[in-house]
Design a protein around this ligand. Structure first.
Ligand SMILES: [Ca+2]
Length: 358
């Protein structure tokens, strides 16, 4: 367990009475002595605030963030449970204990991942159900074995592993699934597949038509299985614990509504803000994507009750990257040169007053 560090400021105090905050930031700002401290009630309610470098910020019970502007609290973007301001800038932590810093007017997530390079080169990677597979520019297929990628038979341009098994598409867009240690061709044509959903398989073809297989057919040994077509045009489609995400040829992001383990088709699309060239929904619920310049974004606030989440946060890992996948707390990244990176979450704890340690 982590031990929360209490900030040592030496200037100012605050007292919380009920939900009303009386505080002595004026004292902090003016650097007057404790004697003669005068308290003024500022309208509004906060659960936490911080003063430093002449500024005051706070958050309320809804995680909304406020900046003191004169005698008024002004709502600013984002959701945090704790905010801290000082000479090192404006920092905060959200309900998931992710740490953010305000940069150029935007909250940027501070890197929590420690990345190590894995020997080899890949152009595409997929992780799911505790396994990791990838393909390289020669369509060779690799499986992660310990800390190395080992070559396995076959030729694919895209591979995916998850609850519905190991699937892939080759350069001719033929579909294959691994059965009893062999690649078995399944009727149909797809350029990208994803096996990460609740035992169903999804994919898109060369015309960006979108298809899915329900779990009964996913696990059947038949080679002619009834793909269901969804009304959509997507270049990439991926499913995870909390549903399916896709992007179209204009990099517009969509979430598929009402997908469940019995009904891979779902019904309706929900447009999600932002632009991504690919998005991967993981078997453990996290959703990550890559934007047009190779930066990584993580979807925040995803839960069973809110599977679409709340916002995209930039993951501060130097790229640019062209492909990614996430499973079991590990973010797998392929950079533009094909180098493979294994990034492990370093979530530890929310350190109160962390800015003073930086
Ligand atoms: Ca996947």
């Amino acid at each position: 367990m982590c031990t929360a560090q209490r900030k040592r400021r030496g200037h100012g105090t605050l007292a919380v009475v009920g939900k009303t905050v009386f505080f002595s930031f004026i004292f902090n700002l003016l650097n007057t002595s404790n004697a003669g401290l005068q308290c003024t009630l500022i309208p509004g309610w906060l659960k936490q605030l911080d003063a430093g470098a002449g500024q005051v910020y706070g958050v309320n019970d809804n995680d909304e963030i406020y900046r003191l502007n004169g005698n008024d609290w002004v709502n600013i973007q984002g959701r945090l449970i704790h905010v801290s301001v000082g000479l090192s800038g404006l920092w905060g932590a959200n309900r998931g204990n992710n740490i953010y810093k305000m940069q150029d007017g935007n909250w940027v997530q501070v890197a929590e991942q420690q990345c190590t390079q894995i020997p080899g080169w890949l152009k595409q990677i997929d992780a799911g159900a505790g396994q990791v597979y990838g393909v390289n520019d020669n369509d060779d297929i690799f499986r992660l074995n310990g800390s190395d990628f080992v070559h396995i038979p076959g030729k694919l341009i895209h591979v995916s592993v998850g609850p519905s098994g190991l699937w892939g598409a080759n350069r001719g867009n033929s579909i294959y699934k691994m059965q009893d240690g062999n690649w078995v061709q399944v009727a149909g044509a797809l350029k990208q597949v994803d096996a990460g959903g609740k035992a169903h398989l999804v994919g898109v073809n060369e015309n960006d038509n979108v298809y899915c297989l329900n779990k009964d057919t996913t696990f059947s040994r038949a080679t002619n299985v009834p793909f269901n077509q969804l009304v959509a045009s997507l270049k990439y489609y991926s499913c995870g614990l909390y549903g399916c995400w896709g992007v179209n040829s204009h990099n517009v992001i969509y979430y598929r509504l009402n997908v469940n383990s019995e009904n891979c088709k779902g019904s309706g699309w929900k447009h999600v803000e932002g632009q991504l060239v690919m998005v991967e929904a993981s078997t453990d619920g996290e959703v990550y994507g890559i934007n047009t310049v190779g930066q990584i974004y993580k979807r925040e606030g995803i839960s069973d009750s809110n599977p679409i989440g709340t916002e995209w946060s930039l993951v501060d890992i130097a790229g640019p990257f062209k492909h990614l996948s996430y499973d079991g707390g590990i973010l797998w990244l392929i950079n533009k040169d094909g180098n493979i990176f294994k990034c492990e979450d370093k979530k530890t704890c929310l350190r109160i007053g962390f800015q003073e340690d930086i």
